[in-house]
Design a protein around this ligand. Structure first.
Ligand code: HEC
Length: 128
């Protein structure tokens, strides 16, 4: 009886973990979609020389990278955390430069952001 109880509790616990894992994955994919869309928009703003929108998008991207960092912090995945932090820092720099209407500098920061996408995807994004 005790054993059966333990088995049932164990299976229920297992199901809960699997389910919340799936939800986390879904939430993370959504976060990445936002990161992708915002990063794309930031690039276009800079090309169109819209410093105000560029500053806004870069600021938003910095906030998204903070969430990316929090996600990886849970599993203590050090390199991923470092990529997310580098992305956040480069996004803040892009925002500062865009606010100062220095779009060349903002564009250089956007290149730095791009390196963090590539670096982290190379290491952690599942290959299709
Ligand atoms: C700290 C790691 C990390 C960083 C930094 C990162 N990504 Fe990702 N990204 C991932 C992982 C892991 C996945 C795969 C998620 C999955 O399929 O479960 C992913 C998936 C994606 C996807 C596909 C989402 C989908 O529809 O499934 C897009 C788009 C994306 N990333 C864009 C970006 C862009 C643009 C940047 C940089 C501005 C970036 N990412 C930075 C880790 C990262």
């Amino acid at each position: 009886m005790r054993r059966a109880f333990a088995l049932i509790t164990g299976s229920l616990l297992f199901l809960c973990v699997v389910k919340s894992q799936a939800e986390e994955d879904q939430a993370y994919k959504q976060l990445m979609k936002d990161v992708g869309a915002t990063f794309g928009s930031l690039g276009k703003d800079i090309q169109a020389k819209k410093s105000d929108s560029a500053a806004e998008d870069a600021q938003k991207l910095a906030g998204l990278f903070k969430q990316v960092e929090a996600f990886w912090a849970k599993s203590k995945t050090e390199d991923a955390i470092a990529f997310a932090q580098a992305g956040e820092k480069a996004s803040s720099q892009a925002a500062e430069s865009a606010k100062a209407n220095n779009l060349d500098q903002a564009s250089a920061a956007v290149n730095d952001i791009g390196k963090t996408c590539k670096g982290c995807h190379g290491a952690y994004k599942p290959k299709k």
